[in-house]
Every structure is written in structure tokens, then in C-alpha cells.
Ligand binder design. Structure first.
Ligand SMILES: Nc1nc2c(c(=O)[nH]1)N[C@H]1C(S)=C(S)[C@@H](COP(=O)(O)OP(=O)(O)OC[C@H]3O[C@@H](n4cnc5c(N)ncnc54)[C@H](O)[C@@H]3O)O[C@H]1N2
Ligand code: MOO
Length: 401
């Protein structure tokens, strides 16, 4: 039996096989949401383009503090810049460009106004309530790095520069297939004896879609060597990656396993994590193949810990791994043995601290454990966790997309 492989080594081996980035395409800014930026983006203009007021009030000279001065003009957002006459103040609105000569803004709440004459407060700091030209972005500075998944705020930032088209990597197409004679699709009627519904398929379609991949859903592959080979060759020709679930453990010959081996190469790993020990990686012709374990929780956890970083790298995405938080254990577990455990837990806040409470049944076939949880808590190999002990936890929402 092959020894257990630490998660970090499995990940390293997977990432080492990522050689190239996808092709680049230009898309409109709005269509760029959730896509992966293919080139660094730089500011082309200063934003804001000129000093402007942060408040509705009066633009004036700070040295005039305490004086009574007439209001010589009115500046609204969108008006072209003007020059402030000597011995006067300008009425100004938020976003209005500061007239030349003015060096401060007094909020209208702080200004006395008698018969149209402004009574300036006794103390005015030069620069107050002025938003400086270029304080948001300086022309030439880097706005966003290549490899960034574009979020709504990134789209807004690009729009603030007048950028209307952006280069993004083409979407990956992932072929998905489910293996297992026992599987039936939801909607196909009542289950015959021995059968179960295929829950991995829609779950994995969801995970892949959330990651921004196009999914070529091949459904349940008919359980013959010929049908399996045909499906894999079709997948290899039409997709960038093939993902399957089931049949990667030590059981009797599985058609997918044998067919991948016949059409390419397959490594069957035993990873030192629970859930998710068996995991396969290889290729069909030149198309990479990932074999997730069949147990639904194992498929989900190995997708997050292994398939996700691999697919992100293949997409050209370059970002820091999801953040790890610290939480206190709301439980006690004895030494779990030879595999690092990823307990499905609910995080909640108590006395300004995070606490992790595990779902009662942590069996890898129990999908409710994931649905009821919002995080994974890491229990290192050989450790006994006492109640109140600090643990590393990863919020599921931080791992997706
Ligand atoms: N003798 C051993 N048996 C097992 C070992 C082992 O080391 N020695 N490892 C166990 C572990 S750990 C896991 S995880 C599973 C993984 O098994 P496979 O990847 O080969 O998957 P299957 O046997 O096909 O299925 C396992 C389980 O999951 C159910 N399943 C499969 N596909 C789906 C699906 N699409 N939707 C819902 N449920 C699915 C299937 O019915 C089985 O109950 O192996 C252990 N065995
Ligand atoms: O890894 Mo299996 O996922 O422990 O049941």
C-alpha cells in the first residue's frame, strides 16, 4: 500500500503540472465581472482629476478666518474651475472643483450667514475638507494586477479611469462525469433498491460554476468500458480539464480508472486528510484528469483543498490562498490518527471570540454536515483537542469562489 501523502505535497505536485495560462480575450467592462484579469491595469488619469470639495459649504482662504466676507460665486460639481476673488468666499457643493486661490472648505453648518455675508469661523485649517487631485489614483500607478479575479469594486475602479474594455483569460471548460452504478438522477422517479440519488453532480456543477468555469456536464457515465472510453475521449477533445467523482478508492476495477489508464496516465494518491483520502490525478490524451472521491463530503473537501487551487492556477488566477482564522474548539476530540482532519463546524461569536462547534456526524458520506456548517476546522495529525483550545479554521465562504 502506498504511504499517505501530506496535503502540501499533493498540492505542490498538482500545481507543478500547471504550465500555461489560457488565451486572452477582450471583453466589455460589465462582462468582465468574475473574470480573471490577463494584464496589469494602470491608471491613465489622476482621480480625482482636480482638487474638489468633500462637503457642501464655502471655499475660501484659511488666512481669512474670523472675517466677514461676501459670497462672490457658486461652484457645483461639474462646473469648470474658476478663480476665487480676493476678500470673498465661494459657495461650493460636494464634488465642486476648488477655485484657484482657495485653500480650505468650511461646512455650511459651521458658517454664519447674515444678509448674504459670510461670517467665517475663528479657526480654519488650510486644506480642510479638500479632496486632493490624484488622491484616489495617480496616472501611471498600478490599479490591478494580472491574475486578479475581478470583483464589483474592481470594475468600478476601472470605470473611474474611463477603461471600457479589459483583457481577461478565456474561461476554462471542465468536463464533469459521475461514476457509480447505484446513481440515479433527481427527477428520475422513486429509487429502486440499492440506488441513491446523484448529489455530487449538481454540487460539483455548482462548485465549478462558482469558480467561473464553463461546465461540460456528461452526467452519469454508462457502466461499460466502451461507454467510459468514449465519454473520456469526448471530454478530452472538448474540455480543458476532466473532473470525475467516485471510483478512486481501492475497490474492484472501476471503468473510469481503467479507461484513464488506457488512454493516458493516472496516479492514485492516498492523501493524509480526512475526509478525502483517495484522490486521482492524471491525463486523458493531453487533457488533465482529476478524480475526486465518491463520498459527497470527501468530494467537496478535496475540491476545495486540491481541485480549487489547481483550477485557479490553470485559469491564470494568482491570489493569496484563502485566509485562515483562529477559533476556540467548542468540543474535545482525541488524537485522530494518521490523517489531518477537516471537521465541518459552525462558527459563532461569543464574548468577542470565535467558537467552532462540530456537526455531530462527521462521516464523509454525510452531506448534511456541510450544509449545516460554515467552516472547516483543522485538527492536525496526532493532536488531542481540548475544549477551548485555539484551532485554525477556514470559512467556506472565504474558500469560494
Ligand atoms: N478498503 C477500503 N475501502 C475504502 C477506503 C480504503 O482506503 N480502503 N477508502 C474509503 C474512503 S476514505 C473513501 S473517501 C471512499 C472513496 O471511494 P471512491 O472514490 O472509490 O467512491 P465510490 O466507492 O464510488 O463511492 C463512495 C461512496 O460515495 C457514494 N457516491 C459516489 N458517487 C456519488 C454521487 N455522485 N452522489 C452521491 N453519492 C455518491 C457511493 O454510493 C459510496 O457510498 O472509499 C472508502 N473505502
Ligand atoms: O476520505 Mo474518506 O473521505 O475518509 O471517507
Amino acid at each position: 500500500m502506498t504511504p499517505l501523502l501530506p496535503l502540501s505535497e499533493a498540492l505542490e505536485q498538482l500545481l507543478a503540472r500547471v504550465a500555461t495560462c489560457p488565451e486572452v480575450e477582450q471583453v466589455s467592462l460589465q462582462a468582465a465581472l468574475d473574470r480573471i484579469l490577463a494584464e496589469d491595469q494602470h491608471a491613465v488619469i489622476d482621480v480625482p482629476p482636480a482638487d474638489n470639495s468633500a462637503m457642501d459649504g464655502y471655499a475660501l482662504r484659511a488666512r481669512d478666518a474670523g472675517r466677514k466676507l461676501p459670497v462672490s460665486e457658486r461652484v457645483a460639481a461639474g462646473d469648470a474651475a474658476s478663480t476665487l476673488r480676493e476678500d470673498s468666499v465661494a459657495r461650493i457643493f460636494t464634488g465642486g472643483e476648488i477655485p484657484a486661490g482657495a485653500d480650505a472648505v468650511v461646512m455650511q453648518e459651521d458658517m454664519g450667514l447674515v444678509d448674504g455675508v459670510a461670517e467665517l469661523p475663528g479657526e480654519i485649517r488650510a486644506g480642510q475638507h479638500i479632496r486632493r487631485k490624484g488622491q484616489d489614483c495617480r496616472a501611471g500607478s498600478r490599479l490591478l494586477p494580472s491574475g486578479r479575479r475581478l470583483r464589483p469594486q474592481d470594475i468600478g475602479l476601472l470605470a473611474s479611469q474611463g477603461i471600457a474594455q479589459v483583457p481577461v483569460f478565456q474561461k476554462l471548460t471542465v468536463a464533469l462525469l459521475s461514476t457509480g452504478n447505484e446513481l440515479r438522477e433527481p427527477g428520475s422517479g422513486a429509487l429502486p433498491p440499492g440506488a441513491i440519488f446523484n448529489s455530487n453532480r449538481p454540487m460539483l456543477v455548482g462548485l465549478l460554476s462558482t469558480l467561473g468555469c464553463g461546465v461540460l456536464d456528461l452526467g452519469i457515465v454508462r457502466d461499460t468500458p466502451e461507454a467510459t472510453r468514449e465519454a473520456l475521449l469526448d471530454a478530452a477533445a472538448r474540455a480543458d480539464v476532466i473532473v470525475s467523482s467516485g471510483g478512486v478508492s481501492v475497490g474492484e476495477a472501476d471503468h473510469v480508472r481503467d479507461a484513464v489508464r488506457a488512454l493516458g496516465e493516472i496516479d492514485l494518491w492516498r492523501i493524509a486528510i480526512k475526509p478525502g483520502k483517495p484522490f486521482a490525478f492524471g491525463h486523458v490524451a493531453a487533457t488533465p484528469f482529476i478524480g475526486l472521491p465518491g463520498n459527497p463530503s470527501s468530494a467537496f473537501v478535496t475540491f476545495l483543498l486540491l481541485a480549487r487551487p489547481y483550477l485557479c492556477a490553470l485559469q491564470g488566477r494568482r491570489e493569496a490562498p484563502p485566509i485562515t482564522l483562529r477559533a476556540r474548539a467548542d468540543f474535545t476530540v482525541a488524537s485522530p490518527g494518521s490523517r489531518q482532519e477537516y471537521l465541518r463546524v459552525s462558527l459563532s461569536e461569543r464574548d468577542s471570540e470565535l467558537w467552532a462547534a462540530p456537526y455531530a456526524n462527521q462521516s464523509s458520506g454525510v452531506l448534511s454536515s456541510l450544509s449545516a456548517s460554515n467552516a472547516l476546522a483543522v485538527v492536525p495529525v496526532g493532536e488531542t483537542i481540548e475544549n477551548g483550545q485555539w484551532l485554525q479554521v477556514m470559512r467556506l465562504d472565504d474558500m469560494l469562489p
